[in-house]
Design a protein around this ligand. Structure first.
Ligand SMILES: N[C@@H](CCC(=O)N[C@@H](CS)C(=O)NCC(=O)O)C(=O)O
Length: 209
């Protein structure tokens, strides 16, 4: 059965890979699973039809027959479980998936909030360095762990897929470039043919609109 995912009709980044449907598209491409996309507007995301499958009115979602999933971690996990292609060392890959979403992504999201949504506040300039330092604290640790390795745990895994997706959100800030090995790690992720297909599919939607 061909699954259907949801994505922004118009992504705020113009389809540059930052919306979270990219992670799901990437995982689908990695496992060679064809998929369909239902595009939703911001209003459509909060309409009852979409809220019935995503209680928080967001994208992406994943529908496969009677199975409806939301949360990128859960969707990538489902795909990794179903397709042996992503990785065998299941428990460690799952650990890295959680680390990407629960430990590394939160300070990165905080930085996005500080840079975009709080930029006009009087205290913004004073707070920004603190937020950046919290991001660096995590990247220091991640960079030390990765060292010169290609991926986090031997072969490429769903943990790498989510970690690269999370780190990509930092590129605009310039902080990623302070860590040579992490910048190279992200570039390796982006160089994967499956990522390129996912990016192109998402970009095409936004270029067309
Ligand atoms: N934790 C969720 C976050 C989902 C999320 O924040 N989606 C964003 C797009 S990247 C969204 O739908 N934003 C619109 C909104 O929240 O109204 C996941 O990983 O799936």
């Amino acid at each position: 059965m061909i699954p259907t995912i949801t994505a922004f009709e118009r992504s705020p980044d113009g389809g540059k890979g930052l919306a979270r449907d990219t992670r799901v598209r990437w995982a689908l491409e990695e496992v060679g699973q064809p998929y369909e996309v239902r595009l939703v507007s911001f209003a459509g995301m909060k309409a009852p039809g979409h809220m019935a499958i995503h209680p928080f009115g967001q994208i992406p979602t994943y529908e496969e027959g009677s199975l409806c999933l939301f949360e990128t971690g859960s969707i990538v996990f489902h795909l990794a479980e179903r397709h042996a292609g992503l990785r065998d060392a299941r428990a460690r890959a799952i650990t890295w998936m959680f680390a990407a979403l629960n430990t590394v992504e939160p300070p990165i999201l905080e930085l996005t909030t500080a840079r975009i949504f709080e930029a006009d506040r009087s205290w913004s300039e004073e707070r920004l360095p603190l937020v950046k330092d919290r991001v660096r604290a995590r990247l220091d640790q991640l960079s030390a762990y990765l060292g010169a390795a290609e991926w986090l745990d031997g072969a490429f895994s769903a943990g790498d897929l989510l970690m690269v997706s999370v780190l990509l959100r930092l590129r605009m800030s310039g902080i990623l470039d302070e860590y040579q090995n992490l910048a190279a790690y992200v570039a390796r992720g982006e160089a994967r043919p499956a990522y390129a297909r996912a990016f192109a599919a998402q970009f095409a939607v936004n270029a067309a609109s």
